[in-house]
Design a protein around this ligand. Structure first.
Ligand code: ZN
Length: 312
């Protein structure tokens, strides 16, 4: 008898499940929605979170998205998003618990994109050695170590599912597995690793795959473009995409081959320690001779630190 009741109950539940699936399907068709998975449905992204020091738990920020947590790998195995057909919604700011802080409010020295035949996965922001570098969103420090390319580098995984990378630092103020808040001091600007001068190499990644930070941040206002990020296959296009938010005269200069993309809000460069005319010319995608012409210099002129040099 009990078995029969159980069977009936299971059968009924099954029918309801089928009906609700059909109803959902119809609704989805009518509104022509694609399948949408949300990276963070709930507003409080920390509700599922436990301290890393608790050995019984393996909960880390965005644990539901990432299968692992390690303190060593700067490069997380990349996911192939080229075949991604759905949209993942990431709430970046809700004006309550989640918000964005610009790590460094500096001019862009170098854009995301192809550069000298290599791909540059971040944006380089100008700074002076010792300037504060702040955390973009709430999260936990996953990596804080030295790397020959990135120099002193910090990688933070955020509750919203993104990771941010801060390279070439002169010093760190945080340690691995430390919880950090948006706007919290992570370390100090520098020029460590493979770097030609002080700047912050800033990357924004989702599941280990870097995206053009212009897809997230308005670098004229140093604010989020939108409170919500819709992650699709297009989010990871390896293009020197021109920011669409800019209405000022600043432009992204892209050569026909797409190998040079430098944005500058001014046409001048202030000479820093170690700068040479050749290095400056390379950095702005111009030539020594044209810089000399613009400034009345010769190729042998000695540059002074702080000297204002016109670059175009
Ligand atoms: Zn860089």
């Amino acid at each position: 008898m009990l078995r029969t009741i159980t069977k009936v109950v299971l059968f009924t539940v099954g029918i309801i499940a089928i009906i609700s699936n059909v109803a959902f399907g119809q609704q989805a068709n009518e509104q022509t929605f694609e399948i949408i998975e949300s990276a963070n449905d709930s507003i409080d992204l920390r509700s599922n979170f436990y301290d890393v020091t608790d050995s019984l738990s393996d909960y880390f920020p965005a644990n539901e998205l990432y299968e692992s947590w390690d303190n060593d790998g700067i490069y997380y195995p990349k996911v192939d998003f080229s075949t991604k057909t759905d949209t993942t919604i990431i709430v970046l700011c809700d004006n309550k618990t989640n918000f964005y802080a610009q790590p460094v409010k500096g001019r862009i020295n170098s854009e995301y994109g192809f550069r000298h035949r290599r791909f540059h996965y971040g944006i380089d922001l100008d700074l002076d050695v010792g300037d504060s570098v702040k955390c973009a969103f709430d999260g936990m420090v996953r990596v804080s170590r030295y790397h020959k390319g990135y120099g002193n580098v910090i990688v933070v995984r955020h509750f919203n599912g993104l990771e941010t990378v801060y390279g070439h630092l002169s010093g760190s103020r945080v340690h691995e597995n430390q919880l950090v808040k948006a706007g919290q001091l992570l370390g100090y600007g520098g020029s460590t690793g493979r770097s030609t001068g002080p700047h912050l190499h800033y990357e924004i990644r989702y599941l280990g795959t870097p995206m053009n930070p212009h897809k997230v941040v308005d670098f004229d206002k140093f604010k989020l473009l939108k409170d919500t990020l819709y992650v699709t296959s297009k989010t990871f296009e390896k293009k020197n995409t021109k920011p669409t938010y800019s209405k000022t005269t600043s432009t992204v200069k892209t050569s026909t081959s797409g190998t040079t993309a430098y944005k500058s809000t001014s046409n001048y460069h202030y000479v820093k320690k170690g700068d040479t005319l050749g290095a400056i010319a390379g950095r702005y995608g111009t030539s020594v001779s044209s810089i000399c012409k613009l400034n009345g210099l010769t190729a042998k002129s000695i540059l002074q630190i702080g000297q204002k040099v016109r670059v175009r």
